[in-house]
Write a protein that binds this ligand. Structure first.
Ligand code: GTP
Ligand code: MG
Length: 195
């Protein structure tokens, strides 16, 4: 796919708003500001399909995009945003948990990790949730352009170590830069290969 047929389908704030699960679905999870919306834009070759922003917590709904006739892309609200009101955070968390554990056509979750920061405790919480839902997740490192190649190995080592403790983790880690385009083709072919 090249993304040219991608469209925003809908934003969902409650489970009863989910679109029919009639296509293969992949979702993008990660801390606020890690680059989920930007990555969706890069994957679809569209600069403004998903709303990206410098303001953490920009994406507050579960946003569904059509990718191909047989795939949905899902942009999840970011977690770990300290300034959001607690009631709001709890509402997102409940929705996120229900979505991640109860969506039959969800084939894989991509958990985005900032190459500068590695895996944090909030990421581990989501990964554990995916373990208990038997939802295969794959780590996608973002913003690779912000870290020199020689400094990446330390983060990779930390990520590999942490992933080894998660039964639902897919072993291959994808390094991306939405800015430079690194890893985008790889990620496209991973998504296209899911059945
Ligand atoms: P929330 O919706 O708040 O959860 O954030 P998000 O994960 O969707 O992040 P978003 O895509 O809005 O990106 C946050 C910021 O990071 C924006 O200013 C992007 O331009 C920047 N950014 C995202 N990906 C990259 C990348 O690969 N390289 C660089 N240099 N900047 C990036
Ligand atoms: Mg976003």
């Amino acid at each position: 796919f090249d993304g040219s047929n991608s469209e925003f389908l809908k934003g969902v704030v409650a489970m009863d708003g989910l679109p029919a699960g009639d296509r293969i679905e992949v979702c993008f999870a990660g801390r606020s500001n890690v680059g989920k919306s930007t990555l969706i834009n890069a994957l679809t070759n569209r600069s403004r399909l998903a709303r990206a922003s410098n303001t953490p917590g920009r994406t507050q709904e579960i946003n569904f995009f059509t990718l191909t006739e047989s795939h949905y892309l899902v942009d999840l609200p970011g977690y770990g945003y300290a300034n959001a009101p607690l009631a709001v955070v709890e509402k997102w968390q409940r929705l996120l948990k229900r979505y991640l554990s109860g969506r039959a056509n969800l084939r894989r979750a991509f958990v985005l990790i900032d190459t500068r920061h590695g895996i944090k405790d909030v990421d581990e919480e989501i990964m554990s949730l995916m373990d208990s839902s038997a939802l295969t997740f794959q780590v996608v490192m973002t913003k690779a352009d912000k870290v020199k190649e020689k400094d990446r190995e330390k983060t990779f080592k930390q990520v590999r170590e942490k992933l080894s403790k998660h039964p639902a983790a897919f072993p291959e880690i994808v390094l991306t830069s939405s800015e430079k385009g690194d890893g985008i083709a790889t990620l496209r072919s991973i998504i296209a290969g899911l059945e």
